[in-house]
Design a protein around this ligand. Structure first.
Ligand code: BGC
Ligand code: BGC
Length: 831
């Protein structure tokens, strides 16, 4: 309604229709859906409860807080409707937490929520079990969705959803934030691996089976029974369609494209009875989804008939214009029912209460939200339920049955791209060299959302019961002593064949956004390893671990066989199953996996362009060889790959995180070089601490705090020396986007090193004495200054190093080498 009249005003104002770029909203662009029928007894019960609740209680029910920030006592006092554990958040912050620890915390929250004065409504706990119960030690991790997309097997997806639900339920948790039914359309997006496919039909085909596997079939006795949890269709809507594949960005498409490409899965998920829908961080044509009343209320709740909970994403409301994390009336009015306000929930409670009292939020909207929350709790059996530990059916976390299911999923997900001379499958008697950084690394094979949010900071010991790829190969061959393993590809005796495991390192969400898909540039060591083995004349089977299609022509050219393994999870045995024949030489398992995304022919070919004129990919969606296929791939163009791009563009060292090949490290006298990883890293003597924090999106920035106990440093370093001479010649400057939070107490130096002690420093203390406090600004330095001071810019390893012996607190959000920026640099040099 509102939009229609707005449109008329626009029309009147411009006078011509062609001047309008925004089409009128068209509800009939959206499928009308019929969800499973509501149960009158449940509805009656909900109304009775609602009529007994105070406004304070209702507002409490509309809140979902994070377990780190809300104790059971808080849940009792504020009658919070829900809690969640975010990625990498565990009971007592303990990564080793046992199933008993999870249950005990679930019981504590439940007890707190059911021992209140007045109406007591059990709290609902939600978790991101996005490829198995991935925050729990010992749980089975299945292939990420991209790998499931490659299987094309809806029954498998349903079985995995059911198995995941049972593991989640076994820890006392009733709600899972999955499935992601995004249709990733630009593979630079860091969440591409959470998407089943670029093909809306394939995503749609999995939506209902997943929901039915997880929740149980609506209308049957198993629905939300003891082995099932609630599911979440996410992220509504257009999360996979953002321009440039920028996480949380803007999806610039017509309404019909939004519905028919990005909305395909929702119709089926709702029809299958999905009980919750999570809102997307992204915008549609410039307007944030978290404030989008038309799409959340008119389309989702109205046209598509959704009668469950619309939940916001992690601080997503804070991104709506005019809003803060703790205060966002527009998001309430837009139709969000439950607010994921992980930390600032207390302030949110006060603000929402005040807004209702002021009359800014009508009571009918509050009642709609709470009614939905109660309805879902009632359907899930929560309102009658005993404590979580008393309704655990069986101890299924990490069960052999689930491992076998995951192993089958891995087998079905592998896609064979090349098989020169039918090299695969290998005989069990082959003398195998297993090489590559991914060969013995469960973190790498599992990717993001694996124990930690980013999937980093884990060792193999954190995954009891899991099998690495090399361990799987040792089990698969006839004589394990014939298997040599070395990450760097060195060997004692000449092997018959090398299995080389290369690929991406773990990431989640925006931290995984890339600028292009050129893998040889991103991981030059992988490329060099393949090249070395090829030069040695050893037949090479490459296994690629990746969360997206990558441009790998140089790697393909140096491989005899090439298998895309995606992010297989904990069951590395499934990869080995596919690489070897049976003892008597037969094919054990045929390759049935097919590409769920097109495979790029060029590093910049990153988009699913759905028109007839789209440039031809190297391999189309659906491609994949059968076992024993002799199909070869001709030598592919490399465009000077593994060399630097010729046109001199900006070089980015840090944007949302360090950009490969640059890595962020810190150090002090106790150790000068220690990688920064995860949310917080401290140098050996505690002199420097680096923590992640949010400027525009989660964890896009780092705060560096020096405590003054000695010299401490933070730096961006590349393992391969970088040649910055052309950058300098192009009047380049080093630009750091920083936030000065305290003035330095001792001199601060900014260095560029060419292999320490080769290097040069600039004193930036004077600038930091006058720079604005607590406001982002750009500190830029003419690269010439460093050369004048003795640095060899043709072989730079540390592109930026900041050191001081005093106290200092700095935020850093971007580090770049920018051509042409020297002249306007804050620090300039002559010569
Ligand atoms: C992600 C969601 C996730 C939530 C809770 C958000 O950052 O976008 O997919 O469910 O965090 O961890
Ligand atoms: C938190 C995770 C959470 C994620 C959601 C991070 O800042 O550490 O627990 O899942 O944000 O985006």
């Amino acid at each position: 309604m509102i939009r229609k009249s707005l449109l008329l005003v626009l029309l009147a104002g411009t006078g011509t229709i062609s001047a309008l770029s925004v089409a009128p909203p068209a509800l009939d662009a959206w499928p009308a859906v019929r969800p499973p029928a509501a149960n009158p007894a449940v509805e009656q019960r909900v109304e009775t409860l609602l009529s007994q609740m105070t406004l304070e209680q209702k507002v409490g029910q509309m809140i979902q807080a994070e377990i780190k920030s809300a104790s059971p006592a808080d849940v009792r006092k504020y009658q919070l409707g829900s809690v969640l554990n975010g990625g990498g958040s565990f009971p007592q912050g303990n990564k080793q937490a046992s199933v008993q620890d999870w249950l005990a915390l679930a019981d504590a929250y439940h007890a707190a929520s059911t021992t209140v004065a007045g109406v007591s409504i059990p709290v609902l706990w939600g978790t991101d079990a996005v490829h198995g119960h991935n925050n729990v030690r010992g749980a089975v991790l299945y292939p990420h969705n991209i790998g499931l997309g490659a299987t094309g097997d809806a029954d498998l997806v349903q079985a995995i959803a059911a198995a995941t639900a049972s593991e989640v339920k076994a820890t006392g948790i009733d709600w899972v934030f999955a499935p992601t039914i995004a249709v990733a359309s630009d593979f630079r997006w860091g969440r591409t691996y959470e998407s089943y496919s670029e093909d809306p039909a394939r995503v749609r085909a999995f939506a209902a089976p997943f929901v039915q596997g997880m929740q149980g079939k609506a209308g049957t006795a198993e629905f939300l029974g003891p082995l099932h949890t609630l599911a979440t269709a996410k992220h509504f809507i257009g999360d996979g369609g953002t321009a440039g594949g920028v996480d949380q960005g803007d999806t610039q498409v017509s309404e019909s494209e939004l519905a028919y490409v990005h909305g395909q899965g929702y119709a089926d998920a709702i029809a299958a009875g999905v009980q919750t829908v999570m809102v997307s961080f992204s915008s549609w044509n410039g307007q944030k989804m978290h404030g989008h009343r038309y799409l959340l209320t008119d389309v989702l709740k109205g046209r598509m008939g959704f009668d469950g909970i619309v939940v916001s994403d992690w601080n997503g409301i804070g991104q709506v214009s005019g809003c803060a994390n703790a205060d966002c009336v527009p998001a309430v009015l837009a139709g969000i029912d439950l607010f994921m306000v992980p930390e600032e929930w207390k302030a949110f409670h006060g603000n929402l209460l005040a807004a209702v009292k002021r009359g800014d939020v009508p009571m009918a909207r509050i009642d709609d939200a709470v009614r939905r929350i109660l309805r879902v709790k009632a359907r899930a059996g929560l309102l009658d339920s005993v404590k979580p530990s008393a309704r655990v059916a069986a101890a299924s976390v990490g069960s052999a049955e689930h491992r076998a299911l995951a192993r089958r999923a891995v087998r079905e997900s592998l896609v064979l791209l090349k098989n020169q001379g039918a090299l695969l499958p290998l005989p069990k008697t082959a003398k195998v060299l297993v090489a590559g950084a991914g060969a013995d690394d469960i973190s790498r094979q599992s990717g993001g959302w694996s124990l930690t949010w980013q999937g980093t900071e884990n060792s193999n010991a954190d995954f009891p019961g899991a099998t690495s790829l090399v361990a799987g190969i040792r089990e698969a061959v006839k004589d394990p002593s014939q298997v040599q393993y070395s990450a760097d590809g060195s060997y004692r005796s000449r092997p018959d064949v090398a299995v080389v495991v290369i690929g991406e390192t773990p990431y989640a969400e925006g931290q995984g956004d890339r600028r292009d898909l050129n893998q040889a540039l991103a991981q030059p060591a992988d490329f060099a390893l393949l090249k070395k083995l090829k030069d040695d004349g050893i037949p090479v089977v490459t296994v690629l671990l990746t969360g997206r299609p990558l441009w790998v022509n140089p790697e393909l050219n140096r491989s005899d066989a090439f298998v895309v393994a995606w992010l297989p999870g904990t069951e590395g045995g499934g990869v080995a199953d596919m690489l070897f024949r049976t003892v008597d030489g037969r094919i054990a398992y045929p390759f049935t996996g097919r590409l769920p995304f097109r495979w790029p022919a060029e590093p910049t070919q990153a988009q699913a362009i759905r028109t007839a004129s789209a440039p031809a990919p190297l391999f189309p969606v659906g491609y994949g060889l059968d076992a024993e296929s002799k199909s070869t791939v001709a030598l592919l163009p490399e465009f000077g790959a593994a060399e630097k791009p010729s046109a001199l563009t900006e070089m980015v060292l840090f944007e949302r995180g360090p950009v490969a090949p640059w890595r962020l490290s810190l150090g002090d006298k106790g150790g000068w070089s220690q990688p920064v990883s995860g949310g917080m890293t401290q140098s050996a003597n505690g002199t420097v601490t680096v923590t992640s924090f949010d400027r525009k999106i989660q964890e896009d920035s780092r705060r560096v705090v020096w405590n003054g106990s000695g010299i401490g440093q933070v730096f961006l370093q590349s393992a391969q020396k970088q040649d910055l001479s052309a950058m300098k010649a192009a009047q380049g400057a080093l630009v750091i986007d920083m936030l000065l939070e305290s003035r330095p107490t001792k001199p601060v130096e900014l260095r560029i090193d060419c292999g320490y002690p080769c290097g040069a420093k600039a004193n930036i203390s004077e600038v930091l004495k006058i720079a604005p406090l607590n406001t982002w600004f750009s500190l830029s330095l003419d690269l010439k200054c460093f050369e004048n001071a003795g640095a060899d810019l043709s072989k730079v390893d540390s592109g930026m190093l900041i050191a001081t012996g005093g106290k200092l607190s700095l935020g850093i959000t971007g580090v770049r080498m920018v051509p042409g920026a020297a002249e306007k640099a804050v620090i300039r040099c002559k010569g």
